[in-house]
Design a protein around this ligand. Structure first.
Ligand code: FAD
Ligand code: THG
Length: 820
């Protein structure tokens, strides 16, 4: 679509930024409608205090923020006063080291400073109460309304129009596409593209077009103090000068408003807002918002009291003051804290960009403009994708519970392996009962319960220790959500045999006339091989970036089983599905899968299996439909852990029987059940990548080390043209091995070159302890000229570890373990 006609719903910071980004790209037929006046529309942006802390555990969110800062600075709508986060507990001080690591990894300037330096930056602080701070000089205050107005005016100068008091009540469609919107007054506006940038109204608007937009409008308290003598300055121009301040140990943040302080508080109970009663006076005496400022609810003093007390301790100057004014402001929370971006799959042309902070607004708008006009954003935004949610996660109950929890945890120190406690047990495999009996410790992923390790294997530690296997102690942080039993499980897999519950592995059945051609077009490798073949292959986007990595098993002429990575794969496949012929079905929940891997795998399985499973009869990367006992199974000789063995699939009702047959037969081979931590460590040894963590759409196959999955002989496929035209990558994914056998990192740590200056050159993606070599292995994105044998340093919390770039895979490069 060269010049689409665009209607944007909402003239908050997101809608105005998007109008600017679209018109800057020559897409000038843009109409922005808002239910309120321009530009203090009454939405969240109208009263946002505008603090921008760029650093985030997500590289994507950080980059969206960094772009926003650069743009707002250029617009003269940003006071770059810097950001300061202070620690009042040792745990927070360690956390600030972690945040400093993220900042370095993603390119945000910042340093850790002592209490005196904090005090020098922010004289209101009582430095005796703090252990240290993290200072980020490029953070600061967005003047949200100024930025919105400036971007709108620039868009108008290029041809866009902004119409106030136009409440969109209907989205119009014809032949399955968006064709415009209708307003409450009955006016219609034609459009090829409609973007909902309606902020916390977004879920309601989405529902009108059958779309679940999983956000919850939540009230959050913001107050201003009285005038503070400490903030009065002679000859002052009124511009803020103090850094924006965060006191996360008490869920608080601060900014300057002239000689008053603004205080934001997240320490109160979650207050989800019922949109149906937002503007209706209630007989029950419940306060409601006003029509002129629907995003502001009356202040509830009692909720704020603990926040005020904690503030007065950190900032003694507040002692004589009090809350002069305050409100409970409304903005969006989501189940995982990320924004929501994307196009309605069943109503092409209808897009959403919601649950976006001012902090990320311009970055989100740029990515949206690229996505709408060029087919893909240049920044990887899969964490924000509208279609990232599993089915149960689209339920109102799940959305409310998890979004409320996201509010509670907004400033908490969250361990990367800390999983939600509620809702849980939404998806359990047929082996779950047996796993519980074996003392499984469960992690949650994709709403599935996944065993991380089994207490039943605790006894192996002693046996393996006697045989010389190390079980290094971990520091407090990396020791959480962890057990050394996982080392025993990994080692046992390489020496004996283990059962892995692979049920949560997303899988699809692709069938019908044209199925083979369709998969050939969607993926990079040749999948048009004889029945019984399995192929490792990639899906690319239009820019040649990696959308996913898959296994494609040909089970019949036009019948395939695809092993995938999650809901985004189904979305991508559905979007490209031909209108007739090919059917795609998610068969994950209706089936189950157990991986039987290790040198004794064949000894274990062969007596149970109806077919000849010798190496000659059942080769590597082959699939076969046969029986284990009386259970009909599909077996694939594939192993993400890099061992001899099979993924064995059965329909769910046979699952328990399948597990029992294998487990009982395994006794004489000393088979164990093994968990995800062992699984992860073994796949790192083998050099296998995890999509979403090690590689994303930002990376091309060669750089990510999966170029072998792109067939040179194959005809055209999605992304091929861009791939062929691509410049050589500047960064590549490498395996590094830590020098110190006790070193452990968890991912997202900055990497520097040993011997060079302190400049960060890359970052760790995933890491795990290798029981085979007795050291941790990690993947890191590093400059392309870094070579095998080069020494690097990885900063983990308060430690620095040396590591060496290793050839790949670290374990079994000759593939002897798998092909036997
Ligand atoms: P909005 O600004 O709400 O704009 C959405 C617009 O859509 C509104 O103008 C609305 O009128 C319009 N609209 C809705 N439905 C319709 C319809 N059917 N037809 C026509 N128009 C419609 N973020 C930060 O980054 N830093 C902070 O320090 C910060 N502090 C905050 C403090 C408080 C108290 C609050 C409440 C929020 C804060 N936020 C902060 C969050 C931030 O304000 C919001 O995330 C952001 O402003 C959302 O922008 P938006 O454009 O998506 O939504
Ligand atoms: N099993 C199945 N499907 C999957 C996965 C899986 N799909 C998603 C994800 N995991 C894909 N990831 C991989 C990564 C590596 C391998 C398999 C799936 C693998 N690679 C071999 C290698 O690189 O040496 C073989 C490559 C080849 O022969 O082409 O085994 O776990 N079903």
């Amino acid at each position: 679509m060269a010049q689409p006609k665009v209607v944007i719903i909402g003239a908050g910071i997101v809608g105005t930024s998007l109008a600017d980004e679209l018109t800057a790209r020559g897409c000038t037929d843009v109409t922005v409608l808002d239910r309120g006046p321009m530009f203090a529309t009454g939405g969240s942006t109208s009263h946002a205090p505008g603090l921008v802390f760029q650093t985030n555990g997500s590289k994507t969110m950080t980059e969206l923020a960094t772009y926003t800062v650069e743009k707002f600075v250029e617009l003269g709508a940003f006071d770059q006063v810097g950001g300061l986060e202070v620690a009042t507990t040792e745990a927070r001080w360690t956390e600030l080291h972690r945040r400093h690591g993220w900042a370095r990894a993603w390119g945000v300037p910042g340093e850790l400073i002592d209490p005196a330096a904090c005090k020098a930056l922010h004289p209101l602080l009582d430095e005796r109460r703090i252990i240290g701070g993290f200072h980020t000089p490029t953070d600061g205050l967005a003047r949200a309304l100024t930025a919105a107005t400036a971007q709108a005016e620039r868009a108008i100068s290029r041809g866009a129009r902004f119409l106030p008091h136009q409440e969109v009540t209907d989205v119009l469609d014809r032949d399955g596409r968006v064709v415009g919107v209708r307003t409450a007054a009955g006016d219609e506006f034609d459009a090829d593209v409609v973007v909902s940038a309606a902020g916390f109204w977004g879920a309601q608007l989405g529902a009108r077009v059958g779309l679940t937009v999983p956000l919850v409008p939540m009230a959050h308290q913001y107050a201003k103090t009285g005038q503070l003598a400490e903030l009065r300055r002679d000859g002052w121009d009124g511009d803020p000068r103090l850094p924006i301040l965060r006191h996360q140990d008490q869920d608080l943040y601060y900014r300057e408003h002239g000689d008053r302080l603004g205080i934001g508080f997240y320490g109160h109970r979650p207050m989800p807002v019922d949109m149906t009663t937002l503007l209706t006076d209630s007989d029950g005496g419940i306060d409601t918002a006003s029509e002129s400022m629907p995003s502001m609810l009356p202040f509830t003093d009692d909720d704020f009291a603990p926040g005020w007390a904690a503030s007065a301790e950190l900032l003694p100057a507040l002692g004589d003051s009090k809350v002069e004014e305050g409100f409970n402001g409304i903005f969006s929370f989501t189940p995982d804290g990320f924004s929501i971006m994307g196009e309605h799959r069943d109503l092409p042309g209808f897009w959403v960009a919601e649950a976006v902070w001012v902090t990320h607004s311009a970055g989100v708008a740029k990515a949206m403009a690229e996505w709408i006009l060029d087919g893909a954003p240049t920044t990887d935004v899969h964490e924000c994708d509208l279609y990232r949610f599993e089915e149960p996660a689209k339920s109102p109950e799940f959305i409310l519970k998890t979004s409320s929890q996201a509010f509670v945890e907004v400033y908490d120190i969250l361990h990367p392996h800390q999983y939600r406690s509620d809702p849980r047990n939404l998806r359990v495999s047929p082996f779950h009962r047996r796993e519980e009996e074996l003392g499984a410790h469960f992690f949650e992923g994709g709403c599935w319960e996944r065993p991380a390790w089994y207490e039943a294997n605790a006894g192996l530690i002693g046996e393996l220790s006697s045989a010389g296997v190390d079980f290094p102690e971990r520091d407090d942080w990396s020791g959480r959500f962890y057990s050394p039993i996982s080392i025993a499980e990994a080692r046992w897999t390489r020496e004996h045999v283990a059962l892995y519950d692979m049920t949560p592995l997303t899988r699809y059945e692709v069938s019908g006339p044209g199925a083979c051609d369709f998969l050939q077009r969607m993926t990079t490798n040749n999948v048009d091989k004889r029945t019984g073949s399995v192929t490792y292959t990639l899906m690319l986007d239009e820019t040649g970036g990696i959308r996913s990595d898959l296994t494609v098993a040909r089970l019949g002429d036009e019948l395939f089983q695809v092993g995938a990575n999650g809901p985004l794969d189904m979305d991508w496949i559905r979007r490209h599905l031909p209108s007739t012929g090919v059917t795609v079905r998610d068969v994950t929940g209706a089936t189950c899968c157990v991986g039987v891997w290790g040198p004794r795998a064949r000894d274990l399985v062969a007596p149970l299996c109806a077919a000849d499973i010798s190496h000659e009869a059942f080769g590597y990367f082959r699939a076969l439909q046969t029986f284990i006992g009386s259970v009909p199974v599909t077996m694939m000789r594939v192993s993400y852990v890099g061992e001899l063995g099979w993924e064995i699939y059965a329909s769910a009702e046979h699952g328990l029987k399948l597990w029992d047959l294998l487990f009982d037969a395994g006794r004489e081979h000393r088979a164990i059940a093994a968990g995800r931590i062992a699984f992860n460590s073994l796949r790192l040894e083998k050099g296998y990548r995890a999509w979403g963590t090690d590689m994303t759409t930002e990376h091309q196959p060669g750089a990510a080390g999966v170029g072998f999955a792109v067939s040179a002989k194959k005809g055209d496929f999605l992304g091929k043209a861009a791939l062929d035209a691509a410049a050589p990558p500047s960064k590549v994914l490498r395996s590094i091995v830590f020098d110190d056998p006790t070193a452990v990192v968890l991912g997202k740590e900055p990497v520097t070159l040993a011997g060079a200056d302190d400049a960060t050159v890359g970052y760790v993606t995933s890491a795990g302890y290798s029981a085979s070599i007795g050291r941790s292995i990690a993947y890191a994105w590093l400059p392309a000229d870094v070579e095998v044998g080069d020494a690097v340093r990885v900063d983990y919390l308060t430690e620095t570890y040396g590591a060496t770039v290793h050839s790949e895979p670290v374990v079994d490069p000759e593939m002897k373990l798998i092909r036997r």
